[in-house]
Write a new protein. Structure first.
Length: 244
């Protein structure tokens, strides 16, 4: 049964059942717990979050959420495909829930920097921006080192411009570049509801003024493949040892 709640800030945890890269990743065990449980716990422990809502088409995920004290939204099949836009799923989950600020969290992220959710909420509130998203430096997978390889001939061409790898061969000489980690997105409800007149597109729900929080490489683990699951388990075990 779905519940309704009113608070100034609500966290929505997205955890659909299907996954092409790693089926069942949201319920896969990470350090002895279902993957999604780590995200739900972090959302519940965030001091700036008033309530936590888990949206899923997976009965096991919803059972975990209910037992942990989160609200539940049974996601319909037409919003649980791998092509479903994130904001469509979040808006559907929020029907009946009033909140000025929405925290979007992915259930397949069992490792986040300590306090990330509260830091992102604080930045959005202090700045008055439309959204805050978490990022990390790209490192050696920099876009300037991306190339086009013809799979039939093996010929290599620059991805962009006339010079291969931008003429840079040392990682240290690459200009700063960042990639979203999947750790957190905090967005104004008005932006999420597409009320700001932003040009239509897959990221229109982030609004006009978008800020980012940058954390060290590897401080967030987003599980999409079996290798990611191995890494998450290793990181969680290391964190547990450090806390002991």
């Amino acid at each position: 049964m779905e519940q309704q709640h009113t608070s100034s800030t609500i966290a929505v945890v997205l955890a659909r059942k299907g996954s092409k890269g790693l089926p069942g990743k949201n319920t896969a065990l990470v350090a002895g717990r279902p993957c999604v449980a780590w995200t739900i716990e972090e959302a519940l422990n965030a001091s700036a979050v008033g309530s936590v809502l888990v949206s899923s088409d997976d009965a096991d995920v919803l059972d975990i959420a209910s037992r942990m004290g989160a609200f539940c939204h049974v996601r319909p099949a037409d919003l649980a495909a791998d092509t479903t836009p994130v904001d469509n799923a979040v808006r559907a989950a929020l029907i009946g829930h009033e909140a000025a600020t929405v925290v979007v969290l992915y259930g397949n992220v069992p490792v986040r920097p300590v306090g990330l959710i509260d830091r992102a909420i604080a930045l959005r509130e202090q700045s008055g921006c439309d959204s805050v998203q978490s990022y990390e430096p790209v490192g050696k997978h920099h876009p300037m080192w991306t190339t086009r390889v013809d799979t039939s001939t093996g010929q290599v061409q620059p991805w962009d411009g006339p010079v291969l790898n931008g003429g840079i061969y040392r990682r240290q000489d690459l200009p700063p570049a960042h990639i979203p980690t999947g750790g957190v997105i905090v967005v104004r409800r008005a932006a999420l509801e597409l009320e700001l007149g932003v040009e239509p597109g897959p990221h229109a729900f982030l609004g006009r003024e978008r800020l980012g929080i940058v954390d060290p490489v590897g401080s967030t683990v987003d599980i999409d493949t079996r290798i990611d699951l191995v890494v998450a388990n290793a990181v969680r075990r290391e964190l547990a040892q450090q806390a002991a």
